[in-house]
Design a protein around this ligand. Structure first.
Ligand code: FES
Length: 105
């Protein structure tokens, strides 16, 4: 049986409609095989917090709409492997629609 590694995903949270200021939530995500950061976000939404907002579309690196910051570096969440604890943030914090989903640049 395959051992599952648990990583911590610390996510920026902010809903301009109801939150006075941004905050962070931390989630435990079991990693099995090769998982992208976007796979981790999908896991969180499906298993821990259905309100986590982020952009997902092609999951193949074509649409270029899933740009976020992972540990401070901008990257496509669908193309970035999640191997250890990570901090995920929107690309531009002052243009957030909700959580990791920000306006197109
Ligand atoms: S979801 Fe399309 S590039 Fe990542």
């Amino acid at each position: 049986m395959e051992e599952k590694k648990i990583i911590k995903v610390k996510s920026f949270r902010f809903d301009p409609q109801k939150d006075e200021k941004p905050y962070y939530d931390t989630f435990n995500v079991p990693i099995s095989g090769k998982m992208s950061v976007q796979d981790c976000l999908v896991y969180i939404r499906e298993n821990e917090d259905p309100s986590l907002a982020f952009f997902i579309n092609c999951r193949l690196g074509f649409c270029r709409r899933c740009l976020i910051r992972v540990n401070g570096k901008s990257c496509f969440s669908c193309l970035t492997d999640a191997e250890d604890d990570i901090v995920v943030e929107p690309l531009i914090k002052d243009q957030v629609i909700r959580d990791l989903w920000s306006k197109d640049i």
